[in-house]
Design a protein around this ligand. Structure first.
Ligand code: F6R
Length: 603
């Protein structure tokens, strides 16, 4: 949700700010801008549009300055206009600020500053910060003192970076409930809202915590506490990601690349030490109540987990969408809250964990981003190791999370005596075959799915149906399809259809049914009866199935045979491909769908 990049370098910045903010574009892309100090004056170049569009109009590259900050925006306060784009400057032009998050008390601050004579040019909460620093500088005459006084007045969430003509060699930054990282290089130091801002140039990073601010220059950095100004010594971590993984590597879109990285993401999830899995399983086995929380895709992953834990471990877990958690939370010291989050920064999920922690619950998380807020908050963390997920819509991270939940459910099943050693081994073998099965599917079914997508891209209304564990698969597949195609796609349990939605079925609605393998018995037969209900009303049905069923569907995509425990993940990959190819047929902005942003760090 918005991206911040900053560079303080021995050499002219040239393209580094541009590259940094370009790599962060998946966090927000309605407008962007840079600010740098030149000849004792702050130059701001910003506008509405993507980084490339703004670059072509305003030139964000070839900068001769040595210090600069940049931002790519996903609007929260104020419309998408040039004035509202970051950076924002103070009245006297001596301070420029970029910001992620929301300043809760900005109206009161703005009023006070306006009364003191400050002129505002934008509708944003961020501009208030630039004027506030200017105000405090008038009193203190010292940039750091003005910065700290400003931070002490701000309420809400923020990651901030600021430059000033009064201290032109440094970037001032700060963090409160929104991630901010310092990149430690050899010929330059960096700030970024995530690693992608500087991973091209350095893998050494220091993560700020809430209530800390940083001062970054070309050859040093310092981190201090806002509360008392004390210096905080922090370890430098090495980012375990290959910068190559953040690039498209020959694929036309990150979404397709990340779909193809799923065998690797599943292998990484399978390679996680069993001791980490067992420690969490132990906590779950001792708990009286277990919540699985996530939002959007990760809520559907949690729902998938509910079926796994019921089936494999005979344990009821409560999946809750993180944005609703506060209304349902009954946590106590006998509760485990297991959160699922790719970014590890999602506001609703983070706040839910804090809420549960305050009530004494044990907390755990499956997270992709190392060092993220959620990863550092919880008692047990499983780092899924899927590598950077750049496309705004989640594919490989979600699949890896489902693999990890399967591992947890298997082990919990063993601990609770529900699964025999033999069933445990069979389930683990099935999981280890999964990466190869996904590879086969990608190699052998992509063409068929692409053809189907192009054939049916004209259809604006879709129903995605599944029963049992195929129900969360239908929901997640529907979400993927609507995110990238902008079509109307509803996911629902197959049995639900005849209780209302069947009235929608006609020639203007297509239905995709997720059919389990025939050996699933009743689950198979009941799913097939949904197909018949739709076709009896003249509906067009595509089956994602494992067994040929002549005449049952209007069209069928057959998936390679798989064990019941991993089978649902194959049509999930198929549905990701369907969404991707339909979006390309409709010429959508696949990696950055309209109105969406990755890592939603606001409420
Ligand atoms: C959808 C998608 C979102 C995220 C959700 C949670 O494709 O990516 O629904 O799953 O915003 O984000 P994380 O996993 O970062 O907590």
């Amino acid at each position: 949700m918005c991206g911040i990049s900053g560079v303080a370098s021995f050499h002219p910045i040239h393209d580094r700010l541009y590259e940094g903010v370009h790599q962060l574009e998946y966090r927000g892309y309605d407008s962007c801008g840079v600010a740098f100090v030149e000849n004792r004056h702050i130059e701001v170049r910003k506008d509405v549009g993507t980084v490339d569009e703004v670059d072509s109009r305003a030139n964000l590259r070839n900068l001769e300055a040595h210090v600069g900050i940049a931002h790519t925006r996903w609007a929260t306060h104020g419309k998408v206009t040039r004035e509202n784009a970051h950076p924002h400057v103070s009245c006297d032009g001596a301070f420029a600020v970029v910001h992620n998050g929301i300043i809760a008390n900005y109206r009161a601050l703005r009023e006070r500053l306006q009364q003191a004579g400050h002129r505002f040019r934008s509708e944003t909460d961020t501009e208030t910060i630039a004027h506030l620093v200017e105000d405090h500088f008038r009193r203190t005459g010292n940039v750091e003192a003005a910065w700290v006084a400003t931070l002490r007045e701000l309420e809400g969430s923020y990651a901030l970076a600021m430059i000033s003509v009064h201290d032109s060699d440094r970037i001032y930054c700060a963090r409160q409930e929104s991630p901010l990282i310092i990149g430690v290089g050899t010929d330059a130091n960096y700030v970024g809202s995530d690693f992608n801002a500087f991973i091209e140039y350095t893998k050494n990073a220091v993560i700020l915590d809430d209530g800390e601010y940083g001062i970054v220059s070309k050859d040093s950095y310092a981190i201090k506490r806002v509360r008392d100004g004390e210096v905080v010594e922090k370890p430098v971590m090495v980012i375990p990601w290959d910068s190559e993984l953040s690039r498209k590597g020959g694929y036309p879109h990150f979404m397709l690349k990340e779909i193809h990285e799923q065998p690797q993401a599943a292998r990484a999830a399978l390679a996680i030490e069993n001791s980490a899995i067992l420690a969490l399983v132990q906590a779950m086995a001792e708990a009286r109540r277990i919540y699985l929380i996530g939002v959007g895709t990760t809520y559907y992953v949690a729902l998938y987990g509910q079926y796994l834990f019921a089936e494999l471990a005979d344990v009821d877990v409560l999946p809750v969408s993180s944005d609703e958690f506060r209304y349902l939370d009954k946590s106590d010291p006998n509760t485990v809250v297991l959160a699922i989050s790719q970014s590890g920064e999602t506001y609703d999920t983070l706040m839910s964990l804090r809420h549960a922690k305050e009530r004494g619950a044990k907390t755990a998380a499956i997270v992709n981003v190392v060092g993220s807020s959620i990863a550092r908050l919880v008692d047990h963390v499983l780092l899924q190791g899927s590598g950077p997920e750049v496309c705004v819509v989640s594919t490989k991270a979600a699949l890896a999370q489902m693999v990890l939940l399967t591992r947890l459910a298997i082990e919990l099943g063993v601990v609770r005596g529900k699964l025999s050693r033999g069933s445990q081994e069979a389930a683990c073998d099935a999981l280890h075959r999964l990466p190869g099965e996904i590879e086969t599917l990608l190699n052998e079914r992509s063409g068929l799915i692409r053809a189907a997508a192009y054939r049916h891209a004209h259809m604006h209304n879709w129903l995605f149906l599944g029963r049992g564990i195929y129900y969360p698969i239908a929901l997640e597949s529907a979400l993927k399809m609507k995110e990238v195609t902008y079509l109307h796609v509803e996911g629902m349990p197959g049995g639900f259809l005849k209780h209302g939605t069947l009235s929608l079925v006609d020639e203007n609605l297509y239905t995709l049914v997720f059919v389990p393998p025939r050996e699933s018995g009743e689950l198979y037969t009941l799913t097939v009866s949904c197909v018949e209900e739709v076709r009896a009303r003249g509906g067009f049905v595509i089956g994602f199935a494992f067994d040929p069923a002549p005449g049952l569907f209007d069209e069928i995509i057959l998936f390679p045979p798989a064990h019941a425990i991993t089978a649902p993940l194959l049509p999930l990959v198929g549905a990701q491909l369907l969404a991707y190819f339909t979006a390309t047929a409709l010429k959508r902005n696949v990696d950055k769908p309209r109105s969406l942003a990755k890592s939603v760090t606001v409420a």
